[in-house]
Ligand binder design. Structure first.
Ligand code: V47
Length: 420
């Protein structure tokens, strides 16, 4: 016999009716969802919204991350990041093009279909360095898509080259880039922006770069960093800004909530959160509310390096139809304390999706089907534990989370009190 559902949040009933009728949710609805603890009802509704769009298909990309440099002019100001270094700081690196190509060669022994390329805002690396990288990668791996440079990196290159962002985007597209990753969107949130003392991009500028990309036929992803100092109002406003641009252009492929990792960064220290992580409850809620509010974005991706493969697998029943791929050699989150593996094998990903009762589909960067798995036999291609062949390099975590100078961390009042 079924237990009476006594934990159902009545405030969700009108929202449930809207979702069942496929009606658009309002800001108020979004706030109600974020403020509710009735995770199972929210998840059931998000699952319905996802099933309507994507059925039982769950896609993944066999991808490899390349992070050409961690030198970043925002090292001392972007307080949530653990990846960036000053040029002379321990652990700072900038790869030569040959080193990037050598690292990318791991793709030869793997079914890699996408290079995901992001890095720091280096004060000197020119647009030509990146264009040559893209052309070189395309020449060496013609079948691998290039998803490269967040809006913040595009705006930075435009600034140092004295070009418009549209010109930078067109040059990237000509050099072989197929899509833009969704990072850097934290600039939307007033709370997060307040932590970035010398921010380089506003929310409107972030949207403008993505709008320009969409206009020239470069689709992109979008993200929301959560679990640091943001309010529920800021979360919903962030989602509505993404939804608004998607209404205009239709160029976003997928939305990815990014769970904040607090290790080795100034914000995490200030909040006293080193060694902690977002909760599974909030991770699932962010996936589900994202799916419900972003009714015009085709896919919602769970990022297992941030939330663990276990939460990502459960997220497949909470509105999510895309599992972040093989992710060979990811660095940004692992520097910030993500305790997850550096990569998952092809077989592990297919197995996770199958075990959740879903149908795995390998996709390319543009969400076209590459492979289905009707005849797949588990465990046949178990990958070696040490990861794929190929040169890799180890970076020590930062010695010091804090940037230099006497600047006081301007975290929103009340969240970090009594600092300094
Ligand atoms: O912009 C930085 C975030 C982003 C931390 O498009 C952090 O498929 C958590 O662009 N804790 C870059 N997050 C990553 C990115 C991305 C990731 C996954 C998939 C896709 C895609 C794109 O990482 C940054 C910032 O928002 N970030 N530091 C941190 N401590």
């Amino acid at each position: 016999m079924l237990m009476p559902a006594k934990h159902i949040d009545n405030a969700l009933s009108p929202i449930a009716r809207k979702v069942e009728r496929a009606e658009r949710l309002t800001r108020e609805d979004g706030l109600t969802l974020f403020n509710s603890s009735d995770l199972l009802t929210i998840g059931r509704l998000a699952d319905l919204a996802n099933q309507r769009k994507n059925g039982d298909r769950v896609c993944f990309a066999a991808n490899q991350h390349l992070n050409p440099t961690n030198v970043c002019i925002l090292r001392n100001t972007c307080v949530f990041c653990s990846f960036a270094r000053m040029p002379n700081e321990d652990g700072a690196y900038t790869r030569s093009l040959d080193e990037v190509f050598a690292e990318a060669d791991a793709a030869r022994d793997n079914p890699t279909r996408e290079f995901h390329i992001v890095g720091g805002l280096h004060p000197k690396l020119s647009l030509d360095y990146y264009l040559e990288m893209f052309r070189g990668l395309k020449a060496r791996h013609p079948d691998v898509h290039i998803k490269a440079l967040t809006a913040v990196e595009v705006a930075h290159l435009a600034r140092i080259e004295k070009l418009s962002t549209a010109e930078v985007l067109r040059a990237m597209q000509d050099a072989g880039v197929t899509s833009l990753p969704g990072g850097g969107a934290e600039v939307f949130s007033p709370a997060t922006r307040a932590t970035i003392a010398d921010r380089k991009l506003t929310g409107d500028e972030w949207l403008a770069v993505h709008r320009e990309a969409h206009q020239i036929g470069l689709p992109s992803n979008c993200t929301m960093l959560y679990g640091h100092v943001e309010t529920m109002e800021e979360r919903i406003d962030h989602l509505l800004a993404l939804r608004g641009l998607q209404d205009e252009t239709g160029g976003f492929l997928t939305y990815i909530p990014l769970a904040y990792h607090p290790d080795h960064n100034e914000l995490g220290e200030a909040l006293g959160r080193t060694g902690t992580a977002t909760t599974g409850f909030d991770d699932l809620k962010n996936i589900a509310v994202g799916r419900l509010v972003l009714d015009n974005i085709p896919h919602v991706k769970t990022h297992w390096p941030m939330v663990t493969p276990f939460i990502s697998q459960v997220a497949l029943g909470f509105g999510c139809d895309d599992l972040e791929g093989t992710v060979v050699f990811e660095r940004v989150y692992h520097e910030a304390g993500a305790g997850t593996p550096m990569w998952l094998s092809y077989d592990e990903i297919v197995g996770l999706i199958r075990a959740a009762g879903k149908t795995p589909v390998e996709r390319d960067s543009l969400y076209r089907t590459v492979r289905t798995f009707e005849d797949w036999v588990p465990g046949q291609r178990a990958a070696p534990k040490e990861g794929p062949e190929g040169p890799t390099f180890h970076i020590e975590h930062r010695g010091q989370a804090r940037g230099k100078g006497k600047r006081q961390l301007p975290v929103v009042a009340g969240v970090v009190e009594g600092l300094e």
